[in-house]
Design a protein around this ligand. Structure first.
Ligand SMILES: Cc1cc2nc3c(=O)[nH]c(=O)nc-3n(C[C@H](O)[C@H](O)[C@H](O)COP(=O)(O)OP(=O)(O)OC[C@H]3O[C@@H](n4cnc5c(N)ncnc54)[C@H](O)[C@@H]3O)c2cc1C
Length: 434
C-alpha cells in the first residue's frame, strides 16, 4: 500500500529553503523588475543572476528537466510542490530556470533540434542567457489551429515563411521563435503544418506591435504579447523541427508539460490570495463585529478553501500520474481536466478576496483586479477552457459502452429482477420458515 500524502524529510528541507528564499529574495522583485524576460535590463541582471546561482548551488535549477539536459529529474510531484511556492512571485520561475514558454520550447529543441541548434540555442536557453518565443496563434483564430494561414514554401535549401502571428509572448525579448506554419495544405487537416526555428533577427521578422494585458498601461510600452508579421523570412532547411507536416505532434511535446506547470503555479498563487482573504476577514470589523463572524463571509471562505484543496489534490494526482506513465499523452484527460478547472478556481477565489476587501479590493493598492484578469489568461493560453472540457468529456465517454436495450442497464426493475434471481432462494427459504 503506497497511498501517501507526506513529503520526504530531505525534500521538505529543500521546500522550506525555497519558501524562505522566495519570500525574502524574490517576492520583493515584483515591485522592482519590469519583466524577468528582459535580458537587456541591467537592474534585472544584477539582481537575478546571483539569485539564480544560489538556486544552482542547491541543485534546484531547471527541475522540470532530467539529468540529460542538466536538471535533477525530480519528477512532476516534487516539481508540483516546488512550483506551488514559485507561483507566489512573478519572477520566481526565472530565478529557478522553469519559466514558460522557455521550458516547453527547450523540450521541442531537445527532441527535434540538430546538434548545432542545441549548441547555439538550447544550451544558452537552459542557462537563461537567452529568451525564446512560441509563435502559433494567428489574428483570425487561436482556438482552432486548422484556420492558420501562415505558410512556408521550400525554395532550394531554404524555407520561406509568410504570414502573421498574434499574442507571441516575449517575442520582443527573444533570440528565437518557434513558429507553426502551413507547409502541406493538401494533406489531411492535422498533417498540414510544420514547426520551424526562426532566429528573431532574421530579415523579414517584423513586430507590428507589442500588446499588453488589460491591467497594464499602454503608455508604459511594456506589452509583451507581440503581433508578428513574417515577410519572406528565409531559414535553412535544417530549421524544420520534427517531420514535415508534423507540427501538431511537435506542439504536443510542449503543451502537456506547459499546462500542468501553469496549474502547479496557479495552485500556489491561489493559496496566497486565500491567505489575504482570511487575514482581512479576521481583521476588519463592520456593524461591531469582525467580517469573519458574518455567515456569508464564512461561506466565501469555506467555498474558497474547498475549491482550493480539491484543485490542489487534482493537480498533485495528475503530476503523480505523469510520473507513473512517463507519457503526457496517457494522462491527457487529467491534464485537460486540470487546465479546465484552473481558471474557475482562480477567478472565484480572487473575486471573493476582492469583495471581502471592499473598495480597497478594487483599488490598485491591492493585487486582486490583476489576479482576476490573470485567471482569464489561464483560461485562454494553451487553449480555451471550452476546448479542454470537450477533450475531458470525449475521454471520459471513451471509457463507457452503450446500452443496446431500450431501458438503461441500471433501470431499477432490471436490477431488482437480477437481485431476485441471485438471492431468490434465500428469500424463499426465509418466507417458508416464517
Ligand atoms: C496571456 C496570454 C499569452 C499567450 N501567449 C501565447 C504565445 O506565447 N503564443 C501563442 O501562439 N499564443 C499565445 N496565446 C494565445 C492563446 O493560445 C489563444 O488566446 C487561445 O488559443 C485562444 O485563441 P483566440 O484568443 O484567438 O480565441 P478564439 O479562437 O477567437 O476563441 C474565442 C473564444 O471562443 C470560445 N471557443 C473557442 N473554441 C471553442 C470550442 N471548441 N467550443 C466552445 N467555445 C469555444 C472560447 O470562449 C474562446 O475563448 C496567449 C494568450 C494569452 C491570453
Amino acid at each position: 500500500m503506497t497511498w501517501n500524502f507526506e513529503t520526504d524529510a530531505d525534500f521538505q528541507d529543500q521546500l522550506d529553503w525555497i519558501d524562505d528564499f522566495v519570500r525574502e529574495e524574490i517576492e520583493p522583485l515584483d515591485f522592482i523588475i519590469t519583466s524577468p524576460y528582459d535580458l537587456n535590463d541591467p537592474v534585472r541582471n544584477e539582481i537575478i543572476r546571483p539569485l539564480q546561482k544560489q538556486v544552482q548551488e542547491r541543485e534546484l535549477w531547471a527541475c522540470h528537466l532530467g539529468p540529460e539536459l542538466g536538471g535533477p529529474g525530480y519528477g512532476q510531484v516534487k516539481l508540483a510542490l516546488m512550483n506551488e511556492i514559485l507561483g507566489r512571485a512573478r519572477c520566481a520561475s526565472t530565478v529557478f530556470g522553469t519559466q514558460a514558454p522557455d521550458t516547453g520550447n527547450s523540450e521541442i529543441l531537445a527532441h527535434f533540434g540538430t546538434k548545432e541548434q542545441k549548441e547555439e540555442f538550447l544550451e544558452p536557453l537552459l542557462r537563461n542567457e537567452i529568451v525564446s518565443c512560441y509563435s502559433m496563434t494567428e489574428p483570425q483564430g487561436g482556438a482552432d489551429p486548422k484556420v492558420f494561414q501562415t505558410t512556408a514554401e521550400q525554395d532550394g535549401d531554404e524555407w520561406v515563411i509568410n504570414g502573421e502571428k498574434w499574442f507571441s509572448s516575449n517575442a520582443r525579448y527573444s533570440t528565437f521563435l518557434i513558429v507553426m506554419v502551413v507547409t502541406d495544405p493538401d494533406n489531411p487537416p492535422y498533417q498540414q503544418q510544420s514547426m520551424f526555428l526562426v532566429p528573431t533577427d532574421t530579415p523579414g521578422v517584423e513586430i507590428v506591435r507589442n500588446v499588453g494585458l488589460g491591467y497594464e498601461s499602454e503608455s508604459d510600452d511594456h506589452g509583451s504579447h507581440a503581433y508578428v508579421r513574417y515577410n519572406d523570412v528565409r531559414v535553412p532547411k535544417e530549421n524544420l523541427l520534427g517531420p514535415r507536416g508534423g507540427g501538431f505532434v511537435v506542439a504536443q511535446t510542449r503543451l502537456g508539460g506547459g499546462r500542468i506547470h501553469h496549474a502547479m503555479r496557479t495552485s500556489g498563487r491561489v493559496q496566497r490570495i486565500f491567505d489575504m482573504m482570511c487575514e482581512r476577514a479576521i481583521s476588519r470589523t463592520t456593524q461591531g463585529e469582525l467580517l469573519s463572524k458574518k455567515q456569508m463571509v464564512q461561506e466565501m471562505i469555506a467555498d474558497s478553501w474547498l475549491e482550493m484543496e480539491m484543485f490542489r489534490l487534482f493537480v498533485l494526482r495528475t503530476a503523480w500520474r505523469i510520473d507513473k506513465c512517463q507519457d503526457y499523452k496517457k494522462v491527457r484527460k487529467d491534464i485537460s481536466g486540470v487546465k479546465a478547472a484552473m481558471p474557475g478556481v482562480y477567478r472565484n477565489i480572487a473575486t471573493r478576496a476582492l469583495q471581502i476587501h471592499g473598495s480597497l479590493g478594487v483599488s490598485w493598492e491591492m493585487p486582486f483586479t490583476r489576479e482576476v484578469m490573470e485567471s482569464f489568461h489561464m483560461g485562454l493560453a494553451d487553449g480555451p477552457t471550452e476546448v479542454h472540457k470537450v477533450q475531458v468529456a470525449r475521454r471520459v465517454l471513451d471509457d463507457y459502452v452503450p446500452c443496446d436495450d431500450l431501458f438503461p442497464s441500471t433501470h431499477l426493475p432490471k436490477q431488482r429482477e437480477a437481485a431476485l434471481t441471485k438471492y431468490g432462494d434465500v428469500l424463499e427459504r426465509h418466507l417458508e420458515t416464517q
